[in-house]
Design a protein. Structure first.
Length: 130
């Protein structure tokens, strides 16, 4: 894992005290999520695989329902604390509406999105460097 640690071991992907992911990791995962969602805009209406979208959206709604149920008794996905699991799931989920999903039926999920966004050092996906 030399690349993740900066090559000399001086940097790690998580803060040793809080075990939370570094800002650069959060941004990388977030950008990947946006790219995956924006592909919907690039698929022409006559594309042969365009017919797969309804089924894929249904699978997405099923995944959102699983997340909603899980969050009905938890604040975060693992061990009641913010973790890499939340970061990974947040990347796609916070832009799900851009991909055609309505998040109104998922109140626990929406509250979780707010908790993730309220984490210290949270950087919005489209934030511009100062």
């Amino acid at each position: 894992m030399d690349d993740a640690e900066g090559g000399d071991g001086s940097e790690t992907w998580a803060n040793p005290a809080t075990h939370q992911s570094a800002e650069s990791w959060c941004r990388a995962v977030g950008w990947f999520g946006v790219a995956a969602v924006q592909i919907l805009d690039l698929i022409p209406a006559d594309h042969p695989r365009r017919a797969e979208l309804p089924e894929r959206l249904a699978k997405g709604r099923a995944a959102l329902a699983v997340m909603e149920e899980h969050l009905s008794t938890r604040q975060f996905f693992v061990n009641e604390r913010y973790s890499i699991a939340d970061i990974a799931l947040y990347a796609y989920t916070h832009v799900a509406e851009d991909g055609g999903h309505d998040l109104k039926p998922y109140p626990n999920l929406r509250e979780w999105l707010g908790r993730v966004a309220a984490q210290p050092n949270y950087v919005p996906l489209l934030a511009k460097p100062k």
